[in-house]
Design a protein around this ligand. Structure first.
Ligand code: G1P
Length: 271
């Protein structure tokens, strides 16, 4: 199974910091945010595919070997740093390119040749799940329901619902909902529930097929949420309700700072 990480966005919210540096390369404690997401993907899938833009070469450099830097660090006795650099360069990542910013659904479709007729994960880089436990739990729910698609959802306050994809449905077992419909960024006061699409998806190959014919939705973009709503006419879709504390948002300056603070505190306990 492949894990897809869309990373071709412009990082508008972090400008001017992201003028020359991809948003995904902003550090979270000691490594770029995207490294957490790649490590999470590799813990659950056999290949991680980053959907990149051709300008963001820094991401590809980060996941390439740099034997010269490693040996320089070793020669200086900085073995821990040498190991960390070697580790980042050894993470197995491949790339496809999204040449136009047409939306998340379009980005995912750019990897259709990689996923073929297999189910696949999608991991949005704005949220980090450093304990790597969410994807295996989603796979378990999928296995319990004949290989159905599963998305992670998180409760959000009513006034924030219009920033997310929101599900409608009913709880079928503890923390698992069967989804009836989804809406991307519902206008204030119209959200069908308080459960927001969190940024981790396990999707059936049919979703990829539907993305081939997807038309622009909210914000004029091809939305992954719309393809999920469409797949519901043919297949079941389940949602795993997660605890807000299981994930760390890095999508805004404020949440990125807060995530750095929390994860830094945790690292300190380990050393
Ligand atoms: C995307 C998805 C949305 C989801 C959100 C989670 O939106 O389209 O359904 O709730 O990620 O972060 P974006 O943040 O790209 O606007």
């Amino acid at each position: 199974m492949k894990a897809l990480i869309p990373a071709a966005g412009m990082g508008t919210r972090f400008l001017p910091a992201t003028k020359a540096l991809p948003k995904e390369m902003l550090p979270v404690v000691d490594r770029p945010a995207i490294q957490y997401v790649v490590e999470e993907g590799l813990a659950a899938a056999d290949e991680v595919v980053i959907i990149n833009s051709r300008e963001k070469k820094a991401i590809e450099r980060h996941f390439s070997a740099d034997p010269q830097l490693v040996s320089t660090l070793q020669a200086k006795g900085k073995d821990a740093l040498a190991d960390a650099v070697a580790h980042a360069g050894a993470l197995k990542v491949s790339y496809v390119y999204q040449d136009k910013p047409l939306g998340l659904g379009h980005a995912v479709y750019c990897a259709h040749e990689k996923t073929g007729d297999e189910a696949f994960f999608v991991l949005l880089g704005d949220v980090l799940v450093p304990d790597n436990k969410m994807l295996p739990r989603m796979k378990e729910v999928s296995d319990q329901h004949d290989g159905a698609s599963v998305i992670a959802v998180v409760p959000v306050p009513e006034e924030e619902a219009s920033r997310f994809g929101i599900i409608a449905g009913a709880e079928v077992s503890e923390a698992v909902w069967k989804v009836d419909s989804l809406v991307e960024k519902p206008p204030l006061g119209t959200a069908p529930s308080n459960l927001a699409v969190f940024g981790r998806y396990l999707l059936s190959p049919r979703v990829m097929e539907l993305l081939a014919d997807a038309v622009p939705g909210a914000g004029g973009e091809i939305q992954l949420t719309d393809a999920l709503d469409a797949v519901l006419r043919e297949e079941e879709l389940y949602a795993l309700v997660i605890d807000p504390q299981e994930g760390f948002d890095t999508g805004t300056i404020e949440s990125w700072l807060e995530t750095n603070r929390i994860l830094f505190e945790r690292t300190k306990h380990l050393t």
